[in-house]
Design a protein. Structure first.
Length: 133
Protein backbone atom coordinates (compact mmCIF):
# COMPACT_ATOMS: atom_id res chain seq x y z
CA UNK A 1 0.00 0.00 0.00
CA UNK A 2 3.02 2.26 -0.18
CA UNK A 3 2.60 5.58 1.55
CA UNK A 4 -1.07 5.13 2.35
CA UNK A 5 -0.34 3.94 5.91
CA UNK A 6 -2.96 2.36 8.14
CA UNK A 7 -6.24 3.41 9.69
CA UNK A 8 -7.23 6.69 8.10
CA UNK A 9 -4.87 6.09 5.21
CA UNK A 10 -6.61 2.81 4.38
CA UNK A 11 -9.97 4.54 4.45
CA UNK A 12 -8.79 7.33 2.15
CA UNK A 13 -7.18 4.85 -0.21
CA UNK A 14 -10.33 2.72 -0.34
CA UNK A 15 -12.49 5.74 -1.11
CA UNK A 16 -10.25 7.75 -3.40
CA UNK A 17 -7.56 5.73 -5.14
CA UNK A 18 -8.10 5.31 -8.87
CA UNK A 19 -6.45 1.88 -8.98
CA UNK A 20 -8.83 -1.04 -8.53
CA UNK A 21 -5.97 -3.20 -7.25
CA UNK A 22 -5.03 -0.65 -4.58
CA UNK A 23 -8.68 -0.38 -3.45
CA UNK A 24 -8.89 -4.19 -3.29
CA UNK A 25 -5.73 -4.34 -1.16
CA UNK A 26 -7.03 -1.56 1.09
CA UNK A 27 -10.27 -3.46 1.70
CA UNK A 28 -8.28 -6.62 2.43
CA UNK A 29 -6.00 -4.81 4.86
CA UNK A 30 -8.97 -3.35 6.74
CA UNK A 31 -10.28 -6.86 7.42
CA UNK A 32 -6.93 -8.49 8.12
CA UNK A 33 -5.82 -5.73 10.47
CA UNK A 34 -9.23 -5.72 12.14
CA UNK A 35 -9.53 -1.98 11.51
CA UNK A 36 -13.03 -1.75 12.92
CA UNK A 37 -12.96 2.05 12.67
CA UNK A 38 -13.19 1.61 8.89
CA UNK A 39 -16.36 -0.47 9.11
CA UNK A 40 -18.69 2.43 8.36
CA UNK A 41 -16.58 3.29 5.31
CA UNK A 42 -16.99 -0.26 4.06
CA UNK A 43 -20.74 -0.09 4.59
CA UNK A 44 -21.22 3.21 2.77
CA UNK A 45 -18.61 2.32 0.17
CA UNK A 46 -20.52 -0.76 -0.95
CA UNK A 47 -23.22 1.48 -2.36
CA UNK A 48 -20.76 3.78 -4.10
CA UNK A 49 -18.18 1.31 -5.43
CA UNK A 50 -18.58 0.47 -9.11
CA UNK A 51 -16.06 -2.37 -9.37
CA UNK A 52 -17.30 -5.80 -8.26
CA UNK A 53 -13.86 -7.15 -7.23
CA UNK A 54 -13.55 -4.24 -4.79
CA UNK A 55 -17.09 -4.84 -3.50
CA UNK A 56 -16.28 -8.50 -2.91
CA UNK A 57 -13.25 -7.58 -0.78
CA UNK A 58 -15.29 -5.02 1.12
CA UNK A 59 -17.92 -7.67 1.87
CA UNK A 60 -15.21 -10.14 2.93
CA UNK A 61 -13.72 -7.55 5.29
CA UNK A 62 -17.11 -6.86 6.87
CA UNK A 63 -17.27 -10.57 7.66
CA UNK A 64 -13.78 -10.55 9.14
CA UNK A 65 -14.74 -7.55 11.27
CA UNK A 66 -17.90 -9.40 12.38
CA UNK A 67 -19.81 -6.16 12.02
CA UNK A 68 -23.47 -6.79 12.88
CA UNK A 69 -24.30 -3.41 11.30
CA UNK A 70 -23.56 -5.08 7.96
CA UNK A 71 -26.22 -7.78 8.30
CA UNK A 72 -29.03 -5.96 6.48
CA UNK A 73 -26.81 -4.76 3.65
CA UNK A 74 -25.43 -8.27 3.15
CA UNK A 75 -28.91 -9.79 3.19
CA UNK A 76 -29.97 -7.21 0.60
CA UNK A 77 -26.97 -8.20 -1.52
CA UNK A 78 -28.16 -11.80 -1.52
CA UNK A 79 -31.67 -10.78 -2.54
CA UNK A 80 -30.89 -8.01 -5.03
CA UNK A 81 -27.81 -9.17 -6.93
CA UNK A 82 -29.19 -12.31 -8.53
CA UNK A 83 -26.98 -11.76 -11.59
CA UNK A 84 -23.79 -11.38 -9.48
CA UNK A 85 -23.13 -14.81 -7.93
CA UNK A 86 -19.71 -13.90 -6.50
CA UNK A 87 -21.15 -10.98 -4.52
CA UNK A 88 -23.99 -13.16 -3.28
CA UNK A 89 -21.60 -15.97 -2.29
CA UNK A 90 -19.29 -13.63 -0.37
CA UNK A 91 -22.30 -12.04 1.37
CA UNK A 92 -23.46 -15.46 2.57
CA UNK A 93 -19.98 -16.38 3.80
CA UNK A 94 -19.58 -13.04 5.58
CA UNK A 95 -22.94 -13.46 7.29
CA UNK A 96 -21.74 -16.82 8.56
CA UNK A 97 -18.64 -15.15 10.03
CA UNK A 98 -20.72 -12.40 11.63
CA UNK A 99 -22.78 -15.21 13.19
CA UNK A 100 -25.94 -13.26 13.99
CA UNK A 101 -28.73 -15.75 14.74
CA UNK A 102 -31.25 -13.25 13.35
CA UNK A 103 -30.19 -14.17 9.80
CA UNK A 104 -31.22 -17.82 10.14
CA UNK A 105 -34.95 -17.31 9.48
CA UNK A 106 -34.07 -15.11 6.52
CA UNK A 107 -31.78 -17.82 5.14
CA UNK A 108 -34.68 -20.30 5.41
CA UNK A 109 -36.89 -17.88 3.49
CA UNK A 110 -34.24 -17.30 0.84
CA UNK A 111 -33.74 -21.05 0.36
CA UNK A 112 -37.44 -21.37 -0.44
CA UNK A 113 -37.37 -18.75 -3.20
CA UNK A 114 -33.80 -19.17 -4.47
CA UNK A 115 -33.60 -19.94 -8.20
CA UNK A 116 -29.87 -20.71 -8.45
CA UNK A 117 -28.95 -24.17 -7.20
CA UNK A 118 -25.36 -23.23 -6.26
CA UNK A 119 -26.59 -20.35 -4.10
CA UNK A 120 -29.32 -22.51 -2.59
CA UNK A 121 -26.76 -25.19 -1.69
CA UNK A 122 -24.44 -22.61 -0.13
CA UNK A 123 -27.32 -21.17 1.90
CA UNK A 124 -28.20 -24.65 3.17
CA UNK A 125 -24.60 -25.48 4.04
CA UNK A 126 -24.08 -22.15 5.77
CA UNK A 127 -27.30 -22.52 7.73
CA UNK A 128 -26.26 -26.03 8.86
CA UNK A 129 -22.85 -24.72 9.88
CA UNK A 130 -24.44 -21.90 11.85
CA UNK A 131 -26.93 -24.21 13.54
CA UNK A 132 -24.36 -26.81 14.59
CA UNK A 133 -21.51 -24.63 15.84
Amino acid sequence: LGNHGGGGGLINTLKDDKSIEVRIRSAQAIGILNAYTASSTLLTGLGNETQNPVKIEMIRSLGLLKDKNAVQILLDSIRNFEDLPDIRKESILSLEKIDDPAVMPLFFDQIEIEKHQDTKNLLKKTLRDMLYK
